[in-house]
Design a protein around this ligand. Sequence first.
Ligand code: PEP
Ligand code: MG
Length: 623
Amino acid sequence: MDSQTNIHISVHPPPLHNGVYAPLTSHVLEEVLEERDSGKPPSVQSQPSFRKTPHKEKRFKGIPASPGIVIGQAVTFVVEPITIKQTLIEPERIPAEIGRFHHAVEECTAELHRTITMANDEAPVAAPILEAQLFMLNDPSVGAMVTEYIQRQYSADHAVQDVFDSQQAIMRHASDAYLRERAADLEHVKQRLLNFLANRNLATPEIAEGSIVISESLTPSEVMFFRKSGMAAFATESSGITSHAAILARSMAMPSVVGLANVCKRIHTGTQLIIDGFAGIIITHPQAETLERYERRQQDLENKLRKLGKYAFLPSETLDGRKVHLFANADSPEEIEMARASGAEGIGLIRTELQLLERQIMPSEDEQTAFYKDLAERAYPLPITLRAFDIGSDKSFGLIGHEPNPALGLRGLRFLLKNRALFTAQIRAILRASCHRNVRVMLPMITTVQEFQKALSLIEGCKATLRGNGEDFDENIPIGAMIETPAAALIARELSAMADFFSIGTNDLTQYTLAADRMNAGVTTIFDTFHPAILRLLSMTIEAAQHRNIPVAVCGEFASHAAATELLIGMGVSELSVAHTSLLDIKKRIRKVNFSNTKILSAEALTLGTSSEVRKYLISGSR
Ligand code: PEP
Ligand code: MG
């Protein structure tokens, strides 16, 4: 490589034989690609001949794989594909060729062991991944297949390629996304072996501190080595958010975006860029105001993390070890971002009907799928709870004609069951967005067992259609019942036999139990969730859930009420879902109490006859 080229890149030693950096301008890269296409060896030596033109800001949309924002310079890492030259051998070479294969396996094994040792110190989550690769590398049945191939006079390189490719093809057709991802592991193992057989150097090159690596895909070892030499973030063309590179990135809190088609050809080493691991985008040549906006966001995130301090990532559990899962309610993609930064363990409520607020027409199934998938990917690997449209009452969106008393009319599940095409499209969209297995679905405004049964059979029908179309979705998607009417709480035993989880909507539960409109300022003193009637309904619901051993969450505003935390923990709630802004306070409170004491406190509170007695008792701890 010439010194001129070095100016364009942030790579210290010269590039390697196998991992060739593209320290290039677009013009040079195009030349290289043309050369490659014409079968000539690639070159990175050519001198760029181009007129300097101001670069335009460009955005590339991918899939968010690990949250965070980094502003830095690109290092484009292109791995040369290996072409196998000699495929057939003379019979007398067979033993030597088998020996060459075994030697390559030994060398690769030794190299993997070295990487595992490093992983144990730097990124423990990577060690089992690498061990799985070690297992694949030394799998005796694969070894026997390769040997058999060589005995049929194929070169070791050819044999490795064919055997690994056929194993991968089987995995690629698996219906399970996780298994499909494992095909990528086999590819990494194959590449390693082929590199050794071709005497290629496998060391990962040094890069400048703060670089953003752009690559077709990255192996777990490449992620680790690049990080060691200064990688701050990465973006890949391959798309798995369950890929090991993505899993590693999340565990190391390294922002990353995957699924960016053709970026290696379009982004060159040295390009200034912003990687937004929350939204899954990268921006090249950012304009001054984009840079400022992102610098502000980086600052905000840092401030937030500093303010949250140690609490953000401390476990949400009581002093005596009772786990209370702390989730966040989110009404926008940005709130998922904030929830994650605040250490939420998942998203407990997405009010999907809010996407209808600014629209004149109902989004199509495909549009909904894209929207839900984006939300699910932003939350991944954390679980996200998509509530089916809660249309009706004060949110009719022109879909319901005049009703004399809309809060008691066609709302939530009642409306959905009367508008089956709309309901079916939404459920199908939610199912299609569940392909990464982190989506839960929740049904609002239930009053009867039959309603819930009808919804379950509609969901089963949607699954059958998707199955028939060969679409990937979560067969075991958890289906939850919202307990937000007195009827639902009173039949919680029956509902718990059919639901995978409960989520208590205390806003509506209070409105319907106390017959006090939650929007009517004239009855705010009556609208009081500390009313003994609500406490008793809560207790019945929690007991029913415990009886069936299903999780029970509270996602209404009561979950973030300062005086309610101990009460709800003591009653046995397993999950609280609150606004991300309240998460830290609630966690502090959870970590300060003893579960055994909260049980006594809630049992006592349940014996009281008025809201004011309950409040007084909870605040002062005495009757
Ligand atoms: C509730 O009723 O408590 C709830 C969480 O749902 P929403 O506020 O959307 O009615
Ligand atoms: Mg509600």
